[in-house]
Design a protein around this ligand. Structure first.
Ligand code: NAP
Length: 344
């Protein structure tokens, strides 16, 4: 089969190429073999490929198969209690491959109302954003949430989660076109982060002008977040997209002056350190919103990318700021998979 392997980190993403590798073998008794139909292109993948992510020091060292989010169809699940061949599934693991073998605990069934493309676009982003806003940020109905990086794969989930739980949602994006999309998925107000006074605009949009209760920061703008925050507000640090590796040093008195809580959140590490139950309860919270119909997957130019060889182009479009929501690459069309007859 074909896969994008990282044998050594690349300098330029255009160097990424599929190569022939063996079919994955089960590592444990509960492993399930999945024919991958779609993979997502995320900011994290662009960092993993170049060795620029904090996980590259420990968890993601070459050689490894690139990719994080995927959807597919189960082709073999001999000892699984939950999955059978033909089940449509999605999950997060080394996904840029035609097949993936992984523990059933890392898989979820695609909700019947979603296509595989939609499930792939949501991936773990819904759960990450739910954990950030609800578990760490303790966002409540009637409060105001500010979503920084709202047009990203995680951000489009955060906007909808905050709205679904009854918060007023203010979002930041970088263009009028993206603002339109973000309004359509539920933001009450959208501010362009390229405006010099965007933090003042955010404060002015809050009911009493005192600032927001919770900031969801996926871009790495903590000083700005503190400016937008009301007294005793909470900032949840989710990511650093806007920093280009230069992580912000903040003045600690800004935290004290507002009696603010600044909280980091690392979804994957929570799972590794606090156990599967912690991750499961976050997923349950998010899937409840999905089942209530509160979450719409946002896919950038559906059908634009076909085949593993289009991943470098999808990554280049992402880094150029062309995308909104998640870019999804088709690996195998669902209609071409005949699970019952598949011989491996
Ligand atoms: N904490 C966790 O457990 C966890 C898990 C997964 C990912 N992450 C992190 O979460 C972050 C977001 O991931 P993602 O997949 O959503 O990324 P993404 O799809 O690339 O989205 C990036 C967002 O950042 C905005 N942005 C880019 N440059 C900016 C700038 N200079 N100023 C302000 N906004 C800017 C973009 O806005 P425009 O497009 O509107 O310009 C876009 O909304 C990444 O840092 C990722 O590593 C964290």
């Amino acid at each position: 089969m074909q896969a994008i392997m990282i044998k050594e980190f690349v300098k330029d993403l255009s160097e990424l190429q599929p190569s022939n590798v063996s079919l994955p073998k089960p590592k444990g008794a509960q492993d399930v073999l999945v024919k991958v139909t779609h993979v997502a292109v995320t900011h994290v993948d662009t960092l993993y490929a170049r060795g620029l992510h904090q996980n590259n020091k420990r968890h993601m060292k070459p050689p490894f198969t690139l990719g994080t989010e995927f959807s597919g169809i189960v082709t073999s699940a001999p000892s699984s209690r939950h999955f059978r061949p033909g089940d449509r599934v999605f999950g997060g693991d080394s996904a840029y491959a035609e097949y993936i073998s992984l523990d059933e605990k890392l898989l979820r069934k695609v909700p019947s109302s979603w296509s595989n493309v939609q499930a792939c676009a949501v991936g773990a982003s819904g759960a990450v954003s739910y954990g950030s806003l609800m578990v760490m940020g303790k966002l409540k109905a009637g409060e105001t949430a500010l979503i920084l990086g709202a047009s990203g794969g995680l951000g489009v989930m955060a906007v909808q989660i905050a709205k679904a739980v009854g918060a007023k949602v203010i979002a930041t994006v970088g263009s009028k076109e993206k603002a339109e999309v973000i309004r359509r998925i539920g933001a009450d107000a959208v501010v362009n982060y390229k405006d010099a006074n965007w933090e003042d605009q955010v404060k002015a949009l809050t009911d009493d002008g005192e600032g927001v209760h919770v900031v969801y920061d996926a871009i790495g703008a903590i000083e700005s977040s503190l400016k937008c925050l009301r007294y005793r507000g909470r900032v949840v640090i989710v990511g650093f997209v806007a920093r280009d590796g230069d992580i912000e040093k903040i003045r600690a008195n800004r935290i004290l002056l507002k009696s603010a809580s600044v909280i980091g959140y690392r979804f994957g590490e929570d799972g590794r350190r606090l156990g599967a139950q912690q991750t499961e309860s976050v997923w349950e919270g998010f899937m409840k919103l999905v089942n209530e119909g509160s979450i719409t997957p946002v896919i950038y130019n559906e059908g634009e990318y076909n085949g593993l060889h289009t991943i470098p182009r999808a990554m280049s479009d992402l880094l150029a700021g062309k995308t909104v929501g998640r870019s999804v690459v088709t690996i195998t069309e669902e209609s071409k998979i005949e699970t019952a007859k598949t011989k491996l």
